[in-house]
Design a protein around this ligand. Sequence first.
Ligand SMILES: Cc1cc2nc3c(=O)[nH]c(=O)nc-3n(C[C@H](O)[C@H](O)[C@H](O)COP(=O)(O)OP(=O)(O)OC[C@H]3O[C@@H](n4cnc5c(N)ncnc54)[C@H](O)[C@@H]3O)c2cc1C
Ligand code: SF4
Length: 459
Amino acid sequence: MEKCDILIIGAGPGGLAAAVGARKAGAGRVVILERDVSAGGILNQCVHDGFGLIRYNEQLTGPEYAVRAVDEALKAGAEILCGHQVIRISEDKTVAAASRYGLKRFSAGAIILATGCRERTRGAISIPGSRPAGVFTAGVIQNFVNVRNIMPGRRVVILGSGDIGMIMARRLTLEGAEIRAVVEVLPEPAGLSRNVSQCIYDYGIPLHCSHTVSRIIGKKKLEAVEISEVDENMHPIQGTEQIIECDALVLSVGLIPENEVAEIAGVRIDTRSNGTVTDEFLQTSVPGIFSCGNSHRVMDLADFVSQQGELVGYNAVAYINGSDMKPWEESRGTSMAKGFPEPDTVTCTLCPNGCQIRFDGEKYEGNHCPRGVKFAEEERISPKRMVTTTVKTEDGRLLPVRTDRAVPKESVRDVVQSLKNISVRTPIKCGDIILRLTDASGETAAVIASSDMYQLLPM
Ligand SMILES: Cc1cc2nc3c(=O)[nH]c(=O)nc-3n(C[C@H](O)[C@H](O)[C@H](O)COP(=O)(O)OP(=O)(O)OC[C@H]3O[C@@H](n4cnc5c(N)ncnc54)[C@H](O)[C@@H]3O)c2cc1C
Ligand code: SF4
């Protein structure tokens, strides 16, 4: 039995920040148990930018945010044990984890659940029709494309216009797929306006709101889907059916907090959301067991998950010391614009607020800070985007990369295509320059590694 002050389950942004919070609050031994082979959680497969805008005031990709979060946890003195799947938590705060070294047991003064979430599947939304190959969830596709270099199909329909659905629509487009439709049951896109603007509008992807996939067609392999308009009760309206031929259907229909181990410990779970039920200090129904991040409630931004993680780390130490805890303010993040951008506006993407800025020929309106004016002006005259993608390494893996600055919007596809022809040698550190992009006027941008990649050791 290994002893520690604070034991954290999950090394995503929530768990990593909780470790920092606990160490800053004076905890002795802080251990994070992570089932995956590396720390960072879901961020490792999110190669797009849009992370860290609040926490670091920078546009980072998911893997870059993960590198920073891991670095901060290690510098704070936390131990991260990867390849450790927690299988049982007891009410006396002992934990059993399966690892390649066998079953390990830990006892802790307080436990923090930071186990993230998983995706809703076709079963959860009951789409009628056959069960052919070619139906995937968005997170699985993200892993296929960004980590395993597998394309799921060439003609794709996406069901769900939350942020993950829209981000994958852009990613698959840049990888050469034709997104035949993004289908959304609500009258408006479900995700952030900045993603509607950057992922859907930028690439002219057809978006069908107030529609659903009403049938899946194909025996062994997916051949087509039928989409239908829905009524106010979200039921398909007869006579509105359209058949769209496709070879992949990507479901982006919501996330469910992952709390199986929490349930074993007797933690109360909200039966509607599957999130943990906590008090304002994020302590669950079992004293000394806390919860943060997506396992508590699914959050839009990793930045808020990290803020919450740090607070929970502090509170877990306060629990052990018998001192005052700090409450979590639920209202964080509510100012972010969601749904369709207003007509004739530019959606500012410099921070998650996504202000919608209008130009009346003389002045700009709708920006909540001066940076928005510069952004809207550039967007009107010569729009630019950061390129995020992957390149192959010589040992056959994929390295997430990005440009070090935004490049002209119309050149994004060309940059992604040109990067398909190169392969790079490991080891590589996050921030290393992979390639310099030049045009007739000289260097335009550099392509940099957005994650660390180590050399594979011979087995
Ligand atoms: C496709 C997609 C796009 C996104 N885009 C953005 C964006 O642009 N900007 C932004 O800020 N945010 C974005 N997010 C949201 C952000 O990534 C998440 O909110 C955040 O990563 C959640 O952090 P977490 O620590 O709660 O969970 P996770 O990152 O999911 O980490 C949970 C960890 O717990 C581990 N775990 C689970 N169960 C066990 C167990 N029993 N034993 C051991 N380990 C376990 C898992 O392996 C995982 O590593 C996006 C998310 C997705 C999925
Ligand atoms: S204008 Fe709005 S979206 Fe843009 S940086 Fe300022 S607050 Fe953020």
